[in-house]
Design a protein around this ligand. Structure first.
Ligand SMILES: NC(=O)C1=CN([C@@H]2O[C@H](COP(=O)(O)OP(=O)(O)OC[C@H]3O[C@@H](n4cnc5c(N)ncnc54)[C@H](O)[C@@H]3O)[C@@H](O)[C@H]2O)[C@@H](O)CC1
Ligand SMILES: [K+]
Length: 544
């Protein structure tokens, strides 16, 4: 179970469109008309007064959408310049091109032409969509470079609207494809004001450069839901294509299949009762242990412990070494403390069946984490391994063996590179072809190798489970979340959810979503300490 919506790779999207057309219930021309109408509708919604638009139409169906948009905007009184590739596209795009030609001219899609025509209020990029497989070259690359320069101002004039995606962006990974001939030959990254994509987001809208390139992302329904649900279910049943879900800043309040976030969160958290109001005994909500480190480094573990408490663990015990006990004497009084000096003591604590979650890593110190890790892994209790525990794990002799699927690893990019240097290396390569290796590909492989849930933190957090299900959480709208200690809070929150009996993948997905919501609710100026304090208000708002 996931929160958010299913998202589709470009290959899945093409398969769904083909299945819809093969059914005979809908034609490609109808889908193209709906796609173009959706974009024209969004433009008219945002800019109700007809203005001027330059529409750039590529060689395929994305270009076909562009000709539909041209026709509909012209009918609405807009003044248009249409530039198009001089080719014979597929039958649907060719028909849309013909229909436009009855209304207005098509100038060649060249950089020179784009320079010659006067500036418009908006530029519409209908050059490449899901069909992009290689970097734009030659004249089209020059056009895109010019388009990037013209619209570099973001919200200045002209504004950039992209059809399905900004051209040149790999829709499966969110990276710009490069020719390898140097920056002068490549298009300039685009910064759109608005992107209207069809049916479902693709990973590239939400990962890496995608959010900045797309601007506001609107997902338009073009009547493919029936075929999408069938294809996704068939693929999942055949275990060919495990579920990929996502939440992004403009995530609609009510989503097609999974319901809105609060309903799904209520179902997940309902398994462990309501936050802060345990229906049963405190132990029925599980006891979480948070391991702390040497004196002077206790803040990280305290943040994690506080988040675990607010997240609804029945009991939370902070476990520093004896020498650091005094440092943890302050509030919250709800927090229990117990000294933990060696692996034997952890072993004794973990024999208590009520311990339902453990957090190892924040402020722990790598040596201490390394000494405790074997016992923690041996007991296979639900746990979060973060920070120093990840560094220790990467150095462990049997890595990547020994983990179980109730364990969540929460690396940031640097820690991920220590754990999976080859995958990090592939992510860092300059992409020459699409689909480029994506963060979802990397995380699925990482989770498969180590047998645990892996969560790669960032503005585009990706979580994957060993069985291949994956989840993208895009929080590009809360840059203030990137501040010291917020990762410790996330680790603690996930441990709190684990202690409530929520399965590791769900606990991680829910933790990331609630963490970002708490930051969004607080706003800029946030420090990590503020996050756990937002949780009671957030839970109440979500009706949890
Ligand atoms: N197939 C459908 O039923 C629908 C498709 N729609 C639109 O169609 C788009 C996909 O259309 P296409 O599959 O025709 O692909 P695109 O229009 O994205 O690309 C056009 C063609 O350019 C070629 N190409 C790829 N990379 C290139 C490069 N670097 N330089 C030069 N040529 C390159 C490819 O052969 C591709 O077929 C979607 O993004 C969407 O906008 C919508 O109209 C909705 C319905
Ligand atoms: K486009």
């Amino acid at each position: 179970m996931l929160f958010g919506t299913e998202i589709l790779t470009t290959a899945q999207m093409r398969a769904i469109e083909s299945a819809a057309m093969e059914s005979g219930e809908v034609t490609g021309l109808t889908l193209m008309e709906r796609a173009g109408a959706a974009v024209a509708g969004q433009i008219r919604l945002r800019w109700p007064k007809p203005g001027s638009a330059t529409i750039l139409c590529g060689p395929g169906n994305n270009g076909g959408d562009g000709y539909v948009i041209a026709r509909l905007l012209a009918q609405a009184g807009w003044h248009l310049h249409v530039l198009g590739v001089d080719n014979i596209p597929g039958p649907d795009a060719a028909e849309m091109k013909r229909r436009w030609k009855r209304i207005g001219p098509i100038a060649p899609l060249t950089e020179g032409e784009l320079r010659r025509i006067p500036d418009s209020d908006i530029c519409i990029d209908a050059i490449f969509g899901t069909g992009l497989t290689r970097p734009p070259e030659g004249e089209i690359a020059a056009v895109l470079r010019r388009l990037g320069q013209m619209t570099a101002n973001g919200d200045g004039r002209p504004r950039l609207v992209t059809v399905d995606c900004p051209s040149g962006l790999c829709m499966d990974s969110g990276v710009w494809l490069h020719s390898g001939l140097g920056d002068d030959a490549d298009p300039m990254p685009l910064n759109a004001t608005l992107t209207v994509a069809f049916d479902s987001p693709k990973p590239g809208h939400l990962l890496q450069r995608g959010p900045a390139a797309c601007g506001k992302l609107v997902i338009a329904d073009i009547g493919l839901r029936h075929w999408r649900e069938r294809q996704v279910d068939q693929a999942a049943n055949a275990r060919r294509s495990p579920m990929l879900g996502a939440i992004w800043p403009e995530f609609p309040v009510r989503d097609s299949r999974m319901g809105d976030f609060s309903t799904r969160a209520r179902i997940a958290l309902g398994k462990g009762g309501s936050a802060g109001h345990p229906a049963g005994h405190k132990y029925s909500h599980g006891h979480a242990l948070v391991v702390a480190g040497p004196a002077g480094h206790g803040g990280a573990a305290r943040l994690a412990a506080r988040a675990a408490l607010r997240g609804g663990a029945g009991l939370v015990t902070l476990c520093p070494p004896s020498a650091a006990m005094a440092e943890h004497a302050g509030p919250p009084d709800a927090l229990m403390r117990r000294k933990l000096d060696d692996a034997g003591q952890v072993r004794a604590m973990l024999t208590d069946p009520r311990v339902a979650g453990l957090c190892l890593g924040p402020g722990c110190g790598v040596d201490r984490a390394a000494s405790l890790l074997p016992v923690v892994l041996d007991h296979a209790r639900p746990c979060v391994l973060d920070a120093d525990a990840l560094t220790a794990l990467a150095q462990a002799p049997h890595w990547p063996e020994g983990l179980s699927d109730n364990c969540v690893l929460t690396p940031h990019a640097g820690e991920f590179a220590r754990l999976f240097p080859d995958l990090a290396g592939r992510l860092a390569e300059t992409p020459r072809r699409g689909p480029a290796f994506s963060r979802v590909d990397a995380l699925r492989e990482a989770a498969r190798r180590c047998g645990a849930v892996v969560l790669l933190k960032g503005p585009d957090t990706v979580i994957a489970a060993p069985d291949g299900q994956a989840y993208i959480h895009s929080a590009s709208d809360v840059p203030w979340l990137a501040t010291a200690g917020t990762g410790d809070v996330l680790a603690g929150l996930i441990v709190g959810f684990l202690a409530r009996g929520i399965a590791a993948f769900e606990a991680a997905a829910l933790g990331v979503a609630i963490h970002a919501k708490a930051a969004r609710r607080f706003g800029p100026g946030l420090i990590a300490d503020d996050l756990p304090e937002q949780l009671p208000f957030l839970f109440r708002e979500l009706g949890l």
